[in-house]
Write a protein that binds this ligand. Structure first.
Ligand SMILES: [Zn+2]
Length: 116
């Protein structure tokens, strides 16, 4: 059973970036917090979420461009009260490279933890 990379983890076009109102806003927020919130708040399909408690930001990954675009069109330019009452905002994910490549560093736990 090897680890398989999802297509969404290779292609930034299938990701939506999110962050708080400042770089600390989402620190300490766990993947599960975001996932539970997204599932409750939105009825959009997503594959999984990349979020480390140390990060002030994260990514929502989608199966295909349609799903991503539908979601993104809904959330763009809006602020939401996110997990643990934190402000959360969404933006287009940027291509890998430069100093913002941390969404691909380690794939361990996030696809199949259905704790819901
Ligand atoms: Zn992915």
């Amino acid at each position: 059973m090897g680890k398989k990379r999802h297509e969404c983890c290779r292609d930034h076009k299938l990701s939506v970036f999110f962050s708080g109102k400042n770089t600390k806003e989402l620190k300490g927020i766990k993947l599960k917090d975001v996932k539970g919130w997204l599932k409750n708040r939105f009825s959009y399909n997503f594959v999984h979420i990349r979020k480390d408690p140390d990060w002030g930001h994260g990514f929502v990954h989608f199966e295909n461009d349609d799903d991503k675009t539908r979601f993104y069109n809904y959330v763009r330019n809006k602020k939401f009260i996110g997990p643990l009452s934190k402000t959360i905002m969404f933006a287009e994910a940027r291509p890998k490279g430069g100093d913002d490549d941390d969404y691909d560093d380690d794939d361990d736990d996030d696809d199949d933890d259905d704790d819901g």
